[in-house]
Design a protein around this ligand. Structure first.
Ligand SMILES: Cc1cc2nc3c(=O)[nH]c(=O)nc-3n(C[C@H](O)[C@H](O)[C@H](O)COP(=O)(O)OP(=O)(O)OC[C@H]3O[C@@H](n4cnc5c(N)ncnc54)[C@H](O)[C@@H]3O)c2cc1C
Length: 453
């Protein structure tokens, strides 16, 4: 009888196995798919490294780098080529570079904003006046759109907040909770009133902390072999320290041994269960032991998304591609939400003679046949950057219900989930449904769940 069972073999479940093994346990991992890694998937296509899911992680959150160091992969870490970082936003069908000095949707420099054709004069004036807002002691919970609108106006929602967050959550700023996804800005608002003032103060503080002006390093990091190098490294280093069952967990019940996990094939008994799958699946699993907990978990909504990688001969895209790529605001959008020029963003991805465009498509794309998706995206690329060549390869990855949406009330919901789960000794919940959907957040959550043992 295994004493520790982990359900779900994405990065959260694999990190949980890693930390359990480090603590001297031998976990049993139950994953329904043959492939491990969840949404992390890296393919080699015609000499190009193609990420089907995440392509990097935020360097500012340490959990991913900590795990990478433990795995001995540090020398394989590469950063985004930030010296070539130019991201454009589509406005009236044209690509407009994002003005310098923006931190997410917060402007911190006057001149680039004044010169940018991205915003009307009304918005520019509102952005300037925002600096004079006074602190707000206890602001009510608002959506991202409400917060940004209050500070910078509707154009900042349409042309900054929406496209920036669509890439991270595949979500709608009118629904996402600012407290849950823009916590830093909500704290700034309480202290400074103005988000611009708060961001400038934060930068000044960071500069004080690294007095020789040492740069913080690239914003995004990844591994030379792609994100799947991380999940593969965990698997390679654990073969004799964990067991694996390719099976689907159906229900968790209390038993004399702690928990009985019913799967499609068998019943497994364990003292500790780490539920590391999306909250929708977690809800079904825990329903037999706690109806209320199951209800709360089922209330975490998930969005679907699609990535479409298009490989071209470099000669066909020459002169059409600069910077990291572009974002397509929903108000302008047809099919694409964003497009990354892979070669510019990261080295070790695309050979000199090739180019890869990685396009993100929202939830409506998930059920559309592949040929139609490719046709629509190629038509949009023709309109936006004048690209008329046919791709030499295409690769579609569909992610059904993979991106958790932190709506209004999310933090209170998670606090209640944690409280209810704590009443069931040996039951642990981790994953992207709770305290952040990024890879470092998932790893941090898994590590904390193991540490709580
Ligand atoms: C397209 C896309 C791009 C992204 N880009 C980035 C990025 O660049 N940077 C970043 O930091 N984050 C990114 N994210 C978010 C991040 O990748 C995910 O939040 C994170 O990888 C989720 O990991 P997880 O292990 O919690 O869940 P998942 O990867 O979803 O894994 C859950 C696993 O549980 C299994 N499972 C579910 N139910 C059961 C069951 N009943 N029994 C057994 N197994 C089950 C599933 O098969 C799956 O393998 C992206 C996400 C997507 C979808």
């Amino acid at each position: 009888m295994p004493s520790h069972v982990v359900i779900g073999g994405g990065i959260t479940g694999l990190a949980a196995c890693w930390y359990l093994a480090k603590a001297g346990h031998r976990p049993l991992l139950i994953e329904k798919e043959k492939r491990l890694g969840g949404v992390i998937r890296t393919d080699q296509v015609e000499g190009c490294l193609v990420e089907g899911g995440p392509d990097s992680f935020l360097a500012a959150k340490p959990a991913a780098m900590d795990l990478i160091r433990e795995l001995g992969l540090e020398s394989d870490v590469i950063g985004s080529n930030d010296h070539q970082r130019v991201t454009c936003i589509v406005k009236d069908g044209k690509l407009v570079p994002m003005p310098d000095g923006l931190m997410m949707m917060v402007p911190t420099q006057i001149l680039p904003m004044v010169k940018s054709p991205l915003f009307s004069w009304g918005t520019k004036i509102k952005m300037g006046l925002e600096y004079f807002r006074g602190p707000v002691a206890n602001p009510p919970e608002r959506t991202v759109a409400q917060l940004v609108r209050e500070h910078y106006g509707q154009e900042a929602v349409d042309y900054l907040a929406e496209p920036l967050l669509a890439g991270v959550y595949g979500g709608d700023p009118e629904e996402l909770s600012a407290d849950a996804v823009l916590e830093m800005f909500v704290s700034m608002e309480k202290k400074y009133g103005s988000l611009t003032k708060g961001t400038l103060a934060m930068r000044a503080e960071r500069a004080r902390q690294s007095p020789n002006g040492a740069a913080a390093g690239p914003l995004f990091r990844t591994l030379k072999g792609g994100m799947e190098q991380l999940t593969q490294a965990i698997l390679c280093q654990l073969p004799d320290k964990m067991d694996r069952s390719q099976d689907e967990a159906l229900a968790i019940r209390k038993s004399n041994f702690g928990y009985e996990i019913e799967t499609r094939r068998e019943k497994i008994y364990a003292g500790n269960v780490f539920v590391c799958c999306p909250a929708t699946a977690a809800s079904t699993l825990v329903r037999p032991i706690d109806e209320k907990l199951a209800e709360l978990l089922s209330g975490v909504r998930y969005n679907s998304s699609v990535t479409l990688a298009l490989g071209f001969d470099q000669a066909d895209v020459e002169g059409k591609i600069t910077g990291f790529g572009f974002l397509v605001p929903k108000v302008e959008r047809k099919r694409m939400a964003a497009c990354t020029y892979v070669k510019t963003k990261f080295d070790h991805r695309v050979p000199p003679a090739k180019a890869v465009l990685r396009c993100f498509l929202g939830k409506t794309a998930v059920e559309i046949p592949e040929a139609d998706l490719i046709r629509d995206v190629l038509a949009e690329l023709k309109d936006l950057i004048g690209l008329t060549a046919l791709p030499v390869f295409t690769r579609v990855s569909r992610w059904h219900g993979a991106m958790a949406q932190y709506g209004l009330g999310h933090r209170a919901r998670v606090a209640e989930i944690r409280q209810l789960a704590a009443a069931h000794q040996g039951l642990h919940l981790a994953g992207n449904a709770y305290d952040g959907i990024g890879i470092p957040d998932c790893i941090r959550g898994a590590k904390a769940a193991v540490a709580a043992l």
